[in-house]
Ligand binder design. Structure first.
Ligand SMILES: NC(=O)C1=CN([C@@H]2O[C@H](COP(=O)(O)OP(=O)(O)OC[C@H]3O[C@@H](n4cnc5c(N)ncnc54)[C@H](OP(=O)(O)O)[C@@H]3O)[C@@H](O)[C@H]2O)C=CC1
Ligand SMILES: CC(=O)[C@@H](O)[C@H](O)COP(=O)(O)O
Ligand SMILES: [Mn+2]
Length: 363
C-alpha cells in the first residue's frame, strides 16, 4: 500500500481502483502519510480519485487515455477488458484469462479493428513480432515455448507430494502466485494456447508447444517455405510491456539485450503430456469452444487457490479441471451473462470436488 501510494505520487496518477473498500481507505491514508512524509503541503500534489468495489477496475478502464494495460489476475479481468474496448480504448492485454473466458465477446468488442487488442504476454508478443516476417497465408504454424516450470523432467508419480513453496519457485520468471502455479502445472501454456488461437486466428491443429527451459526464445512462427522465425531476449517483461504500450513502434532501450559474446545453449524438448496433461486438456476445451474455455479457466482458478491453501494436491489441479469440464454442458455463442453464470457454476462444481477431496483425506 505504501509503495502504491508513493508510486501514485511520483507519477501524478489521476485515479486508482481497488477491489475492497477497506483497501481504498488504507490507500487514502497511505497516500496522505507519504505526502506528509515528503513535506508536501495542500495544493502541492494531486490527490488521485480512489475507486473501490467490484466495478472499480471497469470504471478505471473507461477513463480517457491512450491505452489500457490490463494486468489483473483471473477472469475477473474480463469486465474491465470489455469496458475499455466499449469505451473505444486500445487494450494491452496481460490478463490472458479475460480472453480465454470471453474470447468471442472480446473479439466482437474490437468492432472490426484487431489492432485495439495488443498482446503483453511474452509468448504472444513474440508471435506478434515474428508474424511481421511474412504474410498470413505464408504461416504454417505457431510454436509456443514453455519453460516446463520447476517440475520439468519429473514423472507424474514424482509430483504427488510437491508443496506450494516448491511450485512457486519458477526457474526463469518472477511472477505473481497464480500464473506461477499455472506454469508449474503447464496450465499457463494451456491458457496461452487458447490465447494464441484467439489473438492470431490460427487453428488449434497449427499451434504447437515445445519445452525450452532457458526462456530465451519466447515463441516462434514456422512459415510455409520451411523458415522459422524466433523472438529471443532475456526473460524480462519490460520488453513485451514497452512494445505493447508503443505498438507497433519499438521503445529504445526497453531492456538489456542478449549477450551473444557469452557461450550459452538454447535447448528444446517435447512436452511430457502424461505428467503434464494441461495443454491437451486446453486444446480439447479450445476446440470445443463456447463456454468450455471459461469453465477450463474458472475451475483452474479454484483449484489453484485450493492448492495454495493446502487443500488440494498438486496433481489433482488438472484432474479436477478435467472433471468439472466433463460435467459441464457447453453453451455455444454465450452472452456475457451466460459466461458469468457458467463461471459461477464451474467454480461451485470445483468447490464441491475440493470439499469432497478434503473430506476423503481427513476420513
Ligand atoms: N507476471 C508476469 O510476468 C506475467 C503475467 N501475465 C499475466 O498478467 C496477469 C497478472 O499477473 P501478475 O502480475 O504476475 O500477478 P500479480 O499477482 O503480481 O498481480 C495481480 C494483480 O491483479 C490485481 N487484482 C486481482 N484481483 C483483482 C480484482 N478483483 N480487481 C482488481 N484488481 C485485481 C491485484 O491487485 P491487488 O494487489 O490489489 O490484489 C494485482 O495487482 C495474469 O493474468 C498473468 O497471467 C502474463 C505474462 C507475464
Ligand atoms: C512471462 C510470461 O509470459 C509467462 O506467462 C511465462 O511464459 C511463464 O512461463 P512458462 O509458462 O513457460 O513457465
Ligand atoms: Mn506467458
Amino acid at each position: 500500500m505504501d509503495l502504491l501510494a508513493a508510486q501514485a505520487l511520483d507519477l501524478g496518477v489521476q485515479a486508482v481502483g481497488v477491489a475492497a473498500a477497506s483497501a481504498a481507505q488504507d490507500l487514502q491514508l497511505a497516500f496522505f502519510a507519504e505526502a506528509t512524509r515528503r513535506g508536501y503541503r495542500r495544493g502541492e500534489f494531486a490527490v488521485p480519485k480512489i475507486l473501490a468495489g467490484p466495478d472499480a477496475a471497469s470504471e478505471i478502464a473507461e477513463w480517457p487515455c491512450d491505452i489500457v494495460l490490463n494486468g489483473i489476475t483471473g477472469s475477473v479481468g474480463l469486465a474491465p477488458t470489455l469496458a475499455a474496448l466499449a469505451a473505444g480504448r486500445t487494450v494491452a492485454l496481460a490478463n490472458k484469462e479475460s480472453l480465454v473466458a470471453g474470447g468471442p465477446l472480446v473479439l466482437d468488442a474490437l468492432g472490426g479493428d484487431p489492432d485495439r487488442l495488443v498482446p503483453v504476454d511474452s509468448e504472444h508478443s513474440a508471435l506478434a513480432q515474428c508474424l511481421r516476417g511474412g504474410r498470413r497465408d505464408e504461416v504454417r504454424k505457431l510454436v509456443l515455448t514453455a519453460s516446463g516450470g520447476p517440475f520439468r523432467g519429473r514423472r507424474r508419480d514424482e509430483l504427488a507430494a510437491v508443496t506450494p513453496q516448491q511450485a512457486l519457485a519458477h526457474p526463469t520468471w518472477d511472477m505473481g502466485p497464480v500464473v506461477t502455479i499455472n506454469s508449474a502445472t503447464l496450465m499457463n501454456k494451456g491458457l496461452e494456447l487458447i490465447e494464441a488461437h484467439l489473438f492470431f486466428g490460427v487453428p488449434y491443429d497449427d499451434i504447437d508447444v515445445v519445452v525450452h527451459p532457458q526462456s530465451l526464445v519466447h515463441s516462434m512462427v514456422e512459415f510455409t517455405d520451411g523458415s522459422t522465425l524466433a523472438q529471443v531476449s532475456p526473460p524480462d517483461m519490460r520488453l513485451p510491456i514497452a512494445l505493447a504500450l508503443g505498438w507497433p513502434e519499438r521503445v529504445a532501450e526497453a531492456q538489456p539485450p542478449m549477450d551473444w559474446t557469452r557461450s550459452q545453449a538454447l535447448t528444446f524438448e517435447p512436452l511430457d503430456e502424461v505428467a503434464f496433461p494441461a495443454v491437451e486438456l486446453a486444446r480439447t476445451a479450445g476446440r470445443r469452444g463456447g463456454t468450455a474455455p471459461a469453465v477450463f479457466n474458472a475451475a483452474n482458478e479454484e483449484a489453484v487457490a485450493a492448492f495454495l491453501a493446502g487443500r488440494l494436491p498438486f496433481v489433482r489441479i488438472v484432474d479436477l479441471v478435467a472433471e468439472v469440464i466433463a460435467e459441464h454442458e457447453v453453451v455455444d455463442h454465450p452472452s456475457l451473462d451466460e459466461v458469468f453464470a457458467t463461471e459461477r457454476a464451474a467454480r461451485d462444481a470445483a468447490q464441491r470436488l475440493i470439499r469432497r477431496e478434503s473430506e476423503r483425506e481427513s476420513a
